[in-house]
Design a protein around this ligand. Sequence first.
Ligand code: 5GP
Length: 190
Amino acid sequence: MDKLKQRIVEEGVVVSNQVLKLDGLLNHQVDPQLTMEMGKEFAKRFRDAGVTRVVTVESSGISVAFATAYELGVPLLFARRKKTLLAEPDMLCERVPSFTKGIVTDILISREFISADDKILFIDDIIANGDAARGLIKIIERSGAELVGVGIVVEKSFQPGGKAIRDQGIRLETLAQIESLEGGKITFAD
Ligand code: 5GP
C-alpha cells in the first residue's frame, strides 16, 4: 500500500536494526483516514473468505481491526492482555513474550464471543518474531473456530514471524514489508 509506505518513510523512527517506532500512525496516535483505508484494503483481500469475526490483540491492533471489521460488516473481538492469570475457566488463554516490552503477558479471549462456527480473520499492527500471532492462533484453534487468514499492517520480513505463519499454510497478507532497518534506513521488500 503505497500511501502507507510513504507515511512510514515520513514518520517512522528507526530505533535500532530491529525496532521501528510508528507512534505517529499506529502505536500511539491513530490517523482515522489512513486507518479506514487499511481496513478497506484488508476487507478487499479477504472479502471472499466468509469472515464472521475479526480478532486482534489489544491495544495497537484495535484501530485497523475495527476498520476491517466495519468494512466486512462483522464484529471485532480484541484479546485482552494481563500480566498474571487467576483461574478463569471461561477464558481461553496463552502466554506470550512481548517484543517491545521485554515481558511475558497472558492474552485472553472469553469463550462467550468465539465458537466453532466462526471463521476468524486475525488482524494486527506489526509482526516481528510472531509470538503474539502464534498465541492468538493457538487460542483460535482451541476455540474450534476456523482461522481463514491473517492481516498485518507492517511485516518486518528480516524477522521470522511472517515466514513461520506462511509455513504453517496460513494465508498472511501484509500492507508493507520491511526488509531491513540497517544503518537507520527503512528498506521495503517490495
Ligand atoms: P511479535 O510477537 O511478532 O514478535 O511482535 C509483535 C508485537 O510487538 C506487535 O503487535 C507490536 O506491537 C510489537 N512490535 C514488534 N516489533 C515492533 C517494532 O519494530 N516497533 C513497534 N512499535 N512495535 C513492534
